[in-house]
Each structure stands twice: as structure tokens, then as C-alpha cells.
Design a protein around this ligand. Structure first.
Ligand SMILES: O=C(O)CCC(=O)C(=O)O
Ligand SMILES: [Fe+2]
Length: 268
């Protein structure tokens, strides 16, 4: 068990790295794939991939149950008229995460996502938890969000809460800074995310069926100050909790130790 714990710890002790252009788990996360339905602690924390300049796909940081709970609560609050909007320029239907019963789980998932963002970009970012919101689109109401940037110096994390079969259209379209590069759409699987530099132009594609819900986090780079170690440690702990399998109970562990150990190794 000690060896397993050490192996898991070693993963998270790796400080910010150059962009991870791995692969596999990501592609298995594509909408519609069976793996998209598994719990996020079964995914590799390294499954981030740069899909365009300064645009990264991240693996699932939220499990299906929490995604469903959040979607239900958001829809209830919208039906009760308890939503906000971002304003005339970018009209949206938003609900603050801080108002949801599952807020703690989403905040932990956001911290895990911010940890992965540091691993992708080499930059430590943080956000104000009370400002995180969920934007909801539906075919018969607010269905899209016009082309915009989120601002220089900002890093945006968007976590998808719906399975791709729950809505038609939708996704985030990116317009690369390189004018000759074509735009592209990212539609992460439920619980998975996309992270990007806020200066990259993007838009919320029109939803033409069903509903789409996205957790929106505007993060900023953390200056070289005393808070860095504690912020980094908190994000690393969140990633450990999200990606590491829960420790087996002592009795189960005694019975099944060899299998558990190999399962851990194949995760990381
Ligand atoms: O819905 C999306 O995919 C984009 C959301 C977005 O860009 C924003 O909330 O600023
Ligand atoms: Fe945006």
C-alpha cells in the first residue's frame, strides 16, 4: 500500500510541466464513447491535449452523478426565475454554483481542473469560487453566445455537465489567432472540460435541441507571492481526490490487494 501511495503522490509532485500532448484517454472521452460514462477517478490525470494554440481539452473532473444533480438544480432555479444574466452585450442565463447543494463537489472539480491547467501551460492560476457560474442554453430560449474574448490575462475553464446525446448543436467554437487556421468546435464529454487563454476568440455554438449546461470559470494567473505554495497545494489535493481511486476499506484491501495495486498502476 505504501508503494502505491508513493506512486500516486509522485504523480502530483510533478510541478508544472510543458504541454502534455498525450492522447489516448482523451480520445476515448469523445462524445458517445462508452468510456465517457465511467467515473472520473478512473481517468488519467495526464490526459490533457492541446487541440489548438492555447486551447486544451481536459479529462473528466466531475462524475456523472454530480453533473446530473447540478443540471437538475440549475433547471429548477431557472424555472423559478432564480437565474442571472451577464448583460446586454452577452445575454446569458446563468446560475451561481455557490447557490447549489453540490457546490463543494464542483469547487473541488474546478481546483482539479486548475491543477491540470498548470500542468498544461506551466502557469499557476486561481479563481474566486463565489464567482463561478453555470450557463445554460436551450433551443427554445437563449441558445448561443456570440463571438467574444474573455479578456487578456484571463484563463478560462469550461466544464461540460451534459452527455452529448442530451443536446444537439452546441459546443465551444474557437477562432485561432492565426488568421489562416480554420475555426473548430470542442464538445467535451460529460464532466470533461476545455481550458484556454482568455484572449482567444470563441463563441457558444447554437443549441438546436435539448439543453446544454456549462460551468464557467474565469481564472487569473497567481503572482509570485506568498500564496503560491498554498494555492498549488490545494489544487494538487483536489486533483488527488478527483483522480485517485478511493482507498479500499481495510478488510477489502486485505482480500484484494494485488488487484487494487495493479489497477492503480494502470491508472497512472
Ligand atoms: O458556452 C460556451 O461554450 C462558451 C461560454 C463562454 O465563452 C463564456 O461563458 O464566456
Ligand atoms: Fe467566453
Amino acid at each position: 500500500m505504501a508503494a502505491i501511495q508513493a506512486a500516486v503522490q509522485a504523480l502530483f509532485d510533478v510541478e508544472a510541466q510543458k504541454p502534455q500532448a498525450t492522447t489516448s484517454a482523451l480520445h476515448r472521452d469523445e462524445p458517445g464513447s462508452r468510456r465517457g460514462k465511467k467515473r472520473c477517478h478512473r481517468r488519467s490525470a495526464d490526459a490533457c491535449v492541446e487541440v489548438g494554440e492555447d486551447v486544451f481539452r481536459l479529462p473528466a473532473v466531475l462524475d456523472e452523478q454530480t453533473c446530473r444533480a447540478a443540471v437538475n438544480e440549475v433547471d429548477d432555479r431557472v424555472a423559478l426565475g432564480l437565474s442571472t444574466t451577464r448583460g446586454a452585450q452577452l445575454p446569458t442565463t446563468d446560475v451561481y454554483v455557490r447557490d447549489l447543494r453540490c457546490a463543494a463537489a464542483i469547487h473541488e472539480a474546478v481546483d482539479a481542473g486548475l491543477h491540470l491547467m498548470e500542468r498544461c501551460t506551466g502557469r499557476l492560476v486561481d479563481c474566486k469560487k463565489e464567482e463561478i457560474f453555470i450557463i445554460t442554453y436551450c433551443a427554445t430560449g437563449r441558445r448561443s453566445l456570440g463571438r467574444h474574448t474573455d479578456g487578456d490575462g484571463k484563463r478560462t475553464l469550461l466544464i461540460t455537465l451534459d452527455a452529448s446525446r442530451d443536446y444537439a448543436g452546441g459546443g465551444t467554437r474557437f477562432y485561432p489567432k492565426e488568421a489562416s487556421a480554420p475555426s473548430f468546435v470542442v464538445r467535451p464529454a460529460r464532466g470533461a472540460a476545455v481550458a484556454f487563454d482568455g484572449s482567444v476568440e470563441h463563441e457558444g455554438e447554437a443549441v438546436v435541441g435539448g439543453r446544454r449546461h456549462v460551468v464557467v470559470v474565469f481564472a487569473t494567473e497567481v503572482d509570485e507571492d506568498d500564496r503560491r505554495p498554498s494555492i498549488r497545494a490545494a489544487q494538487r489535493r483536489a486533483a488527488q481526490s478527483v483522480f485517485a481511486a478511493p482507498p479500499p476499506s481495510p478488510r477489502r484491501h486485505q482480500r484484494r490487494a494485488p488487484r487494487a495495486a495493479s489497477a492503480y498502476r494502470s491508472l497512472f
